[in-house]
Design a protein around this ligand. Structure first.
Ligand SMILES: Nc1nc2c(ncn2[C@@H]2O[C@H](COP(=O)(O)OP(=O)(O)OP(=O)(O)O)[C@@H](O)[C@H]2O)c(=O)[nH]1
Ligand SMILES: [Mg+2]
Length: 331
């Protein structure tokens, strides 16, 4: 993409053109060379949104609940975005669970932006892509951003790191709270939801979760709240909204500068390392001039990768050439 094209796209983005937002998100999904420039330009507009993470076992009712949350925040006249991290294959059309809920209720509402991000094809860069999309949604002017993800793998969990408030959804069915503990979800929860409270055993799960919360040391900070909901019947969702608000107030009152610094540092390290990673890969692919001999020797197997990597890293000029190749390729 040429600079004027990118500029006009960004200009439309700042005028809250939803198509421009969609285009920029697609750039992130495709890991285009322009992503860093885009992020650098929009970053100053971020920091306004409240970011909620909703996670839990497949079929727990996360999407149903997110739908209800969207309705509640819309009733408060807030602009809402939903990012669904979708583990389903693009080919099977998401038929993981036949009855899973799609967030179609709000498709006509211009105050709601819904996007899904497939977990496939990110080569471990899912959390970076998710982070960048959240930044875009934030910079666009959304007040509330809800990220939905199935709490299974490590990458899905790392996405929850983006959230200001993490909501872990459980259900009364067989041993679900035990699964939650095993998956480490109890450690990241700010609010527990026991959904499908119309079914037997919801009170017992709630008591179990509350017990586990109370077993924490008194000085451990925020004690997660436990909320019963019936997302399908729109019951308990207002209580959940109140619990989320309480957590946010707690965080406001207990701002921890050290935690903010850590978070910024983590973000910087993540951006820096993946930037180096992507530049090196592109540089090698686009045939940066200097490391050509090394690449030739790698290909024929006459040098081992460790020796080759060390030589390249220690040769400042070659390294600069390799990492700079992207700029040359773009300009
Ligand atoms: N009985 C009952 N069923 C519910 C409730 N909430 C949601 N469901 C149903 O549970 C099923 C799964 O709901 P989803 O919202 O798709 O669950 P999910 O957690 O988003 O599922 P995945 O995204 O596939 O992991 C649907 O059939 C819902 O109608 C509830 O409170 N009670
Ligand atoms: Mg879902």
């Amino acid at each position: 993409m040429t600079d004027p094209k990118l500029n006009s796209l960004l200009e439309r983005f700042t005028r809250q053109d939803r198509l421009a937002l969609a285009r920029l998100i697609t750039l992130v999904e495709n890991r285009s060379a322009e992503v860093s420039a885009v992020m650098e330009r929009i970053y100053g507009r971020t920091g306004h949104a409240t970011i909620l993470g909703v996670t839990g076992a497949p079929g727990a009712g996360k999407s149903t609940l997110v739908n209800r949350l969207v309705a509640q925040y819309r009733a408060q006249d807030r602009l809402v975005a939903v990012l669904a991290i979708d583990p389903s294959s693009p080919f099977s059309g998401g038929a993981v669970l036949g009855d899973r809920v799609r967030m179609t209720d709000h498709y006509r509402d211009q105050g709601v932006y819904i996007r899904s991000l497939s977990t496939r094809g990110h080569h471990g860069g899912l959390s970076r892509a998710a982070r960048e999309i959240v930044k875009l949604l934030d910079a666009f002017g959304h007040d509330v951003i809800i990220i939905e993800t199935v709490g299974v793998g490590q990458t899905e969990l790392s996405v929850m790191d983006l959230a200001d408030t993490t909501i872990v959804v459980t259900v009364p069915e067989g041993g679900d709270s035990v699964q939650v503990m095993k998956a480490g979800l109890n450690e990241i929860a700010d609010v527990f939801v026991v959904n499908k409270a119309d079914r037997d055993g919801a009170d017992r799960i709630k008591a179990e979760l509350e017990l586990s919360v109370h077993l924490r040391p008194a000085d451990a900070g925020w004690r997660p709240l436990v909320v019963l909901t019936q997302a399908a019947n729109d019951i308990g969702v207002d209580t959940l909204v109140a619990a989320i608000a309480r957590h946010q107030e707690y965080q406001q009152a207990h701002r921890d500068p050290a935690r903010d610094q850590d978070r910024r540092m983590r973000e910087f390290v993540e951006v820096l390392t993946s930037e180096l990673d992507e530049r090196a890969e592109r540089g090698l692919r686009d045939g940066a001039a200097a490391p050509a001999q090394i690449v030739a020797r790698i290909r024929e197997g006459s040098i081992n990768p460790y020796g080759a990597a060390r030589r390249l890293i220690e040769d400042r000029a070659a390294l600069a050439d390799l990492l700079g190749a992207i700029r040359a390729a773009r300009g």
